[in-house]
Design a protein around this ligand. Structure first.
Ligand SMILES: [Zn+2]
Length: 261
């Protein structure tokens, strides 16, 4: 028995050692995603991003006259597309939500119908995140329906992080739907200097966690946001951070999920 173990030990150790060093190399690669919200709405910054060379992820509002146009444009130029699902906030104007938003007065059947229609209205989408929604994301019944539909359609979820009381992480975990949370908002203040400052925050978060997610916007403040992001790319490159489509940030977790039953 002892002899057998001595023979087998080198074989056990060698592949383990190789795997460990490969893993180490992998975790050292810093990746960040920049999701740009509100495509499908105002056109400020749209062309800058969709004809630009930063691999942003385009989150497109459903049911608008530009939903399809922007989703197809993004896809044609190699950008990842998500559905930017409008959800009722605690404060704010109804008009900011656009057509057919998810509001807390809806029945679960109506929520399901709207989410399914939203998916149809944004071609090429591989995931979804919430537009506003500080009220609706706290409603467990509503969130459950959205996560169920995401699961059926193989969509991942990015919690935009508009409320600390969000039920998305809990329900997504329960139903086994891949979810990540936004780390940094880039353009709460519309100035390119502020956006650059927030891009440095994204870099710092990414250095600490190994990956990071920022959200910026097209539309009224889109031009300023795009200028700030493009001006920050030298700094991002200097810090050895690779900007990737947000789906790439799930890779490790999905593999782990397959390995660990
Ligand atoms: Zn939005």
């Amino acid at each position: 028995m002892k002899k057998f173990m001595l023979m087998i030990i080198p074989f056990l150790l060698f592949p383990l050692h190789t795997n460990a060093s490969e893993e180490k190399k992998e975790t050292k690669e810093l990746k960040a995603a920049i999701i740009i919200d509100d495509f499908g709405g105002g056109t400020g910054g749209v062309q800058d991003f969709l004809e630009g060379d930063i691999p942003i992820t385009a989150a497109v509002m459903p049911f608008t006259e530009n939903s399809k146009v922007h989703a197809e444009w993004a896809h044609k130029n190699g950008f990842e597309v998500m559905i930017h699902l409008p959800m009722e906030p605690k404060r704010g104007k109804r008009s900011w939500l656009g057509p057919k938003p998810i509001t807390v007065d809806l029945s679960p059947e109506e929520v399901r119908k709207r989410v399914e229609e939203a998916i149809k209205s944004v071609p090429y989408a591989v995931g979804l995140n919430n537009h506003m929604g500080s009220l609706a994301v706290e409603d467990e019944e509503i969130v459950r329906v959205i996560v169920e539909v995401a699961k059926e359609r193989n969509l991942f979820i990015i919690d935009s992080g508009t409320s600390p009381g969000t039920k998305f992480p809990k329900i997504a975990n329960e139903l086994g739907v891949p979810l990540l949370k936004r780390d940094v908002f880039l353009d709460d203040i519309s100035s390119s200097a502020y956006v650059r400052k927030q891009m440095v925050r994204l870099a710092k978060v990414t250095e600490i966690k190994g990956q990071g997610i920022a959200i910026g916007h097209v539309g009224a403040t889109g031009k300023v946001c795009s200028i700030g992001i493009f001006e920050s790319m030298d700094e991002i490159k200097k810090r050895n951070i690779k900007i990737v489509p947000v789906s790439e940030l799930f890779a490790g977790r999905l593999i782990k999920k397959h390995i660990v039953p």
